[in-house]
Design a protein around this ligand. Structure first.
Ligand code: ADP
Ligand code: SF4
Length: 698
């Protein structure tokens, strides 16, 4: 019997039938990208294996492209184009099933969404037109004719056959987020056809019906079939929630499970700044009445009580999760074991999404092991045992210091954590108080909660350490995680040197505002050369205090990096609604006593805006005085008994919070590891096998 009355969660652990298969519980890891895809097959497989180990009943791949005539380079997903692609996916299916989960594969054909930058094939769409994706590629798709549609049905059938050969239990046809051709057929926005595949809802459903029936035939009914549909596409002609309901009523028994997700990816994977847990509840409520098949839905679920409510109230049969399963692959196991307080809750920052958007590899602010399971052998719950050293000192209790202390303590070292202020959390203590960022506090809360019961950890608050203190303490390993401060001189990307500034102009940085100091009204020039979230968050902060905000940025777009966290459009809508005024492609040339002189980044034409204050959101400087002092005394380390001192996180190089938690983990993991050369990568990777055979040149 689980402690803390965990039995009220028993309903989450009931087995549920999905067509010919039975899921061991209601935890369903919906398909999610990870930036690794076909480039990093073993890293992705190991990541999925860990989810199965953590108790998920169903584990899915990311989007798997079924044919080279539709691919979404530069985004790196999976390929199932030919039999030679089977082994990598078979390894993933095997990893998923290794702990009793059902293995699912999501098949995608991107149609109007795939520019084919790699395959160079002419894109095929339900109705031709410019490719609709994030990057406005100057490419159009041609309209499929009936022969193309027959080809596409066969390609889906081939992909289903290969999926079965690879050992998957479920196949999911992707028609959500505007990304899959099934949605393009269903939606009047993207289907302008006048033949048997266009017009009435029945006609627009035809293709979907055909591929599901053909998949059943191909697999002899042995694979479960899921349809992943958009809950509401939005827009005047979009596939609306009402039309989806008509569609489900019409075809309720067609798939073995309905997987329902909000319309655009931006809406579906909204950050915590803009979307609460269970944000899609209204859109999905009532769907179950239209079908006898189970329904799965998402909503950044991290609260077991909300999950139970979803099932008890008949909203969902399965708790779908992408980000919560990334932040804590062991979420189901922890609930089952009555350890809900150990859940590492997703903070809804979408740094994971940015890994896919940038073609990097995804990382997670909360789960530092994400996508390092195979590359580095890191596990979200386990660490390698302690080595020969005994003691670790961590200076600074921000995200980097807290993670370093926690992981070092888990390894078994005696850890001292010293923090200059009363609060543990560093930057997140301040940032969690900003508009929309309260969930970010979970970075500190999870770690302080986990550190508290550990007998081998001593935490000292109000303890600013000096170099003498550190040397006197003489720990075997020392992490300097003292963070960073925002600059006050406009230096970042556009200005690489300070600009002329009249000291009569009140000048603020984000640190000032977070410390409670800042303009209480009037006209404020906010100069954003950071381009991530902070500028727009503080624009909201200032607007709430009655300031008129003049948002100045050298970029052509406000908060342009937030395209990678799917927030840019939502931020823009928010700021426009608040009456913020924009000065794009401009930067301050000089800050005067009552005005700021702006220069256009294209040619330098100058304008002036009157201002009562200026807020500089530019870049940060490492707060590394302690590290510099210790570095200068390297000769004293050995005598003090210190083997290693390292500046980590923002104290080494400022970055997003996820970079800091990663640095903390890395510091702890590398204690007592055998010395290795830094001439080669610090992680495992796969290198493409060369294709034998002669040149094809004539
Ligand atoms: P990071 O994101 O790298 O973890 P933060 O800025 O969030 O960095 O956290 C740095 C923490 O280090 C802050 O809580 C700060 O108060 C603390 N700190 C800075 N200098 C010292 C010092 N000399 N001794 C102890 N703590 C310090
Ligand atoms: Fe959640 Fe952020 Fe981790 Fe993504 S990166 S899973 S949004 S905590």
């Amino acid at each position: 019997m689980p402690k803390d009355g965990g039995s009220r969660y028993d309903i989450l652990f009931e087995p549920v039938r999905i067509g010919p298969k039975v899921a061991r519980n209601r935890f369903y890891q919906v398909p999610h990208c990870n930036g690794g895809g076909y480039r990093d097959p073993s890293a992705v497989a190991e990541m999925r294996r860990v989810k199965a180990e953590g108790g998920w009943g169903v584990v899915f791949t990311e989007q798997t492209e079924i044919h080279p005539s539709s691919e979404i380079t530069p985004f790196i997903e999976q390929h199932l184009w030919e039999d030679r692609d089977i082994p990598a996916l078979a390894a993933m299916a095997e990893a998923m099933k290794s702990h009793g989960a059902l293995a699912g594969i999501q098949l995608a054909y991107s149609g109007i969404n795939g520019p084919n930058l790699y395959s160079r094939e002419v894109p095929l769409a339900v109705t031709g037109g410019p490719i609709l994706t994030f990057t406005a590629d100057p490419v159009q798709a041609r309209t499929m004719d009936l022969e193309d549609i027959r080809d596409l049905r066969r390609w889906f059938r081939n992909a289903v056959r290969r999926s079965q050969a690879a050992g998957f239990d479920l196949v999911c046809f992707y028609g959500a987020h505007g990304f899959g051709i099934l949605q393009h057929f269903l939606s009047r926005a993207t289907n302008h056809r006048t033949d048997a595949y266009g017009g009435s809802l029945e006609n627009r459903s035809r293709f979907l019906r055909e591929i599901v029936e053909e998949a059943r035939e191909e697999t002899k009914g042995e694979m479960a079939i899921s349809l992943r549909m958009s809950l509401d596409e939005g827009g005047a002609f979009g596939f609306s929630n009402a039309e989806l309901r008509d569609f489900v009523a019409m075809h309720g028994e067609l798939p073995d499970i309905w997987d329902l997700a909000h319309g655009t990816w931006e809406e579906c994977s909204g950050t915590s700044r803009f979307k609460d847990e269970a944000a899609q509840e209204d859109l999905v409520t009532g769907m179950k009445a239209l079908t006898s098949k189970p329904v799965v839905g998402v909503g950044r679920f991290t609260s077991p009580d909300t999950m139970v409510r979803m099932v008890r109230q008949g909203v969902l049969d399965f708790i779908g999760a992408a980000r919560p399963s990334i932040a804590d692959p062991f979420l189901p196991a922890k609930i089952e074991q009555g350890r809900s307080e150990d859940i590492r809750e997703c903070i809804g920052c979408n740094i994971c999404v940015s890994g896919d958007m940038t073609g990097g590899i995804s990382r997670c602010t909360q789960n530092t092991a994400f996508m390092e399971e195979w590359r580095k052998g890191w596990h979200p719950e386990r660490v390698r045992p302690k080595g020969a050293s005994e003691t670790v000192l961590v200076v600074g209790a921000g995200p980097a210091g807290l993670e370093a202390a926690l992981q070092a303590a888990r390894r078994g070292y005696r850890v001292t954590l010293a923090e200059a202020t009363r609060d543990l959390g560093g930057r997140v203590t301040a940032e969690r108080a900003l508009p929309g960022l309260s969930a970010w506090g979970r970075v500190a809360d999870y770690r302080t909660g986990q550190l508290a019961p550990l007998p081998n950890v001593e935490i000292y608050r109000d303890s600013p350490l000096t170099a003498d203190d550190v040397l006197a303490m003489g720990a075997d390993h020392v992490a300097i995680a003292t963070g960073a401060r925002w600059r006050r001189d406009a230096v970042a990307r556009h200005h690489l040197h300070p600009i002329p500034t009249d000291p009569a102009m009140p000048l603020y940085t984000p640190d000032d505002l977070m410390a409670g100091d800042g303009p209480a009204g009037g006209r404020v020039v906010l100069y954003d050369d950071d381009h991530f979230y902070m500028g727009s968050v503080l624009a909201e902060w200032l607007a709430a205090r009655g300031c008129t905000v003049e948002f100045v940025t050298p970029a052509a777009k406000v908060a342009e990096w937030t395209d990678n966290t799917l927030e840019q459009g939502i931020i823009m809508r928010r700021l426009v609604g608040l009456g913020v005024r924009f000065h794009l492609s401009k930067a301050p040339a000089a800050i005067g006593a009552g005005a700021v002189r702006l220069a256009c980044t294209w040619g330098g034409a100058e304008t002036e805006i009157a201002a009562d204050a200026v807020l500089l959101v530019t870049s940060r400087l490492p707060q590394d005085g302690l590290w510099q002092a210790l570095s200068a005394r390297r000769a004293d380390w050995a005598e003090a008994g210190i083997a290693r001192i390292e500046a980590i996180g923002d104290a080494a190089a400022p970055g997003p919070i996820a970079w800091a938690t990663y640095a903390g983990r890395r510091f702890a993991e590398e204690i007592d590891t055998p010395p290795r050369s830094n001439d080669t990568p610090a992680f495992r990777r796969e290198i493409a096998a060369l294709e034998p055979g002669p040149s094809l040149l004539p």
